[in-house]
Design a protein around this ligand. Structure first.
Ligand code: SIN
Length: 189
């Protein structure tokens, strides 16, 4: 599968018939809200874990030297907390462009973090079959890769540090993110 998913997302999952859509963000969508939204609410999804296994050609790296950003991998019983945003369907013009580097939209149940209920929402997922996928590596190698990468959206390290801070602000612990942050801070110091 090509890593540019703009037209694929449009074809696979038209959203224009809906009045509004809940979008679940687990990575940069938590801390970088460069899109309009009607409401936002902390939420979590089941059965998925964050991993820095996706290459970034367009934000935190370049096609020649991709950075490493998050995707989700399936993991029975896992819980992944993030931020949900209620958006109008036209917002996906911008979101699909922003998330074009290998991410496909899927619908999944979202649970509110305060346990007040649930709804269906859209999540951007970069599967192992996309051309930008990098896959697993040791925490040290992931952190070293991130430490030396940068792209049009800035240093790859900012992606990790801002995300880790945003998770802390939500009182959320993510072992993978915090392990990479720790190695990264050691490398940057
Ligand atoms: C997300 O934040 O939900 C998707 C991955 C990213 O853009 O960092």
């Amino acid at each position: 599968m090509s890593h540019n998913t703009i037209s694929l997302n449009k074809q696979r999952q038209p959203l224009d018939h809906l009045e509004s859509v809940w979008l679940f963000g687990y990575g940069s969508l938590i801390y970088k809200t460069d899109f309009p939204f009607l409401h936002s609410k902390p939420a979590y999804i089941y059965g998925w874990q964050r991993r820095f296994w996706q290459g970034s050609h367009d934000h935190r790296g370049t096609p020649e030297a991709p950075g490493r950003v998050l995707t989700l991998i399936e993991s029975a019983g896992a819980r992944c907390a993030g931020m949900a945003y209620e958006v109008t369907p036209d917002t996906f013009e911008h979101l699909d462009h922003r998330e074009k580097n290998g991410y496909l939209r899927i619908f999944t149940p979202l649970h509110w973090l305060d346990e007040s209920g649930e709804t269906e929402g859209v999540v951007y997922l970069a599967g192992a079959d996309n051309e930008a996928y990098l896959g697993p590596a040791s925490d040290h190698d992931i952190a070293a890769h991130i430490a030396r990468s940068h792209g049009p959206s800035g240093p790859n390290s900012d992606y990790v540090l801002k995300l880790a801070q945003a998770l802390r602000d939500m009182s959320e612990h993510d072992e993978h993110v915090f392990a990479i942050e720790k190695q990264l801070l050691a490398l940057l110091s």
